[in-house]
Design a binder for this molecule. Structure first.
Ligand SMILES: CC(C)(COP(=O)(O)OP(=O)(O)OC[C@H]1O[C@@H](n2cnc3c(N)ncnc32)[C@H](O)[C@@H]1OP(=O)(O)O)[C@@H](O)C(=O)NCCC(=O)NCCS
Length: 175
């Protein structure tokens, strides 16, 4: 669905249960995002499929273009409790440190501003999750408010829609 220099992104589906369970089972990953049993992963992916069907966006599998290997997930998730669309990213630890999360998330941010009627995108990040905060900063997100997600404190980062090209400061095009 989306391609970057090194990655392909396609909608996550219930066929990805095993990959999602394995991704979130690593303790380095589930320090900040939840671990899933196969049943929980299936339920989560059913909600992902429903969001794709209802809203036309959602979470994506991230795959290496060269090999097709599933390396993680990224995408645009609507949170009804905040009525905001979040850009999210999680990669298997063996693929950290190559810029893949930033590359995938940048494609998702561009896709979001191209196709969604939103003034800004969020990224909800635990205050101690420094690698994720660095991804957010590289994309231009900045902290906007402190909030709570599943009973835990989070910093809500936000990135405003770029100004239209005819705006004095230039920038992106609203379609
Ligand atoms: C958040 C997470 C995806 C960040 O992964 P990451 O590998 O640090 O981020 P990127 O893939 O964008 O890689 C960036 C790093 O690769 C380095 N890098 C190496 N080669 C690179 C290249 N060719 N291009 C770009 N960056 C490169 C960058 O310098 C950067 O390192 P730094 O952050 O130490 O400065 C990862 O830590 C993760 O999955 N955590 C567990 C789940 C989680 O917390 N998700 C977020 C919830 S809010």
């Amino acid at each position: 669905m989306l391609s970057t220099a090194r990655l392909n992104l396609r909608p996550l589906t219930t066929a990805d249960v095993d990959a999602l369970v394995a991704l979130h089972a690593d303790a380095r990953v589930n320090r900040f995002v939840p671990a899933f049993s196969p049943t929980q992963a299936r339920e989560r992916l059913e909600r992902v499929e429903a969001q794709w069907a209802e809203r036309g966006h959602g979470l994506c599998a991230v795959e290496l273009r060269d090999t097709g290997e599933f390396i993680g997930r990224c995408g645009l998730n609507h949170w009804p409790e905040f009525d905001e669309v979040e850009a999210g990213w999680t990669l298997a630890p063996r693929h950290w440190g190559h810029g893949y999360a930033t590359e995938a998330a940048r494609a998702c941010v561009d896709w979001g501003f191209d196709t969604l009627d939103v003034d800004y995108l969020t990224a909800m990040i635990h205050p101690e999750n420094e690698p994720s905060a660095r991804v957010a900063h590289r994309l231009g997100f900045a902290p906007r408010r402190q909030d709570t997600l599943f009973g835990k404190p989070i910093t809500v980062y936000a990135l405003d829609r770029p100004p239209a090209p005819n705006h004095p400061t230039g920038g992106g095009e609203r379609r």
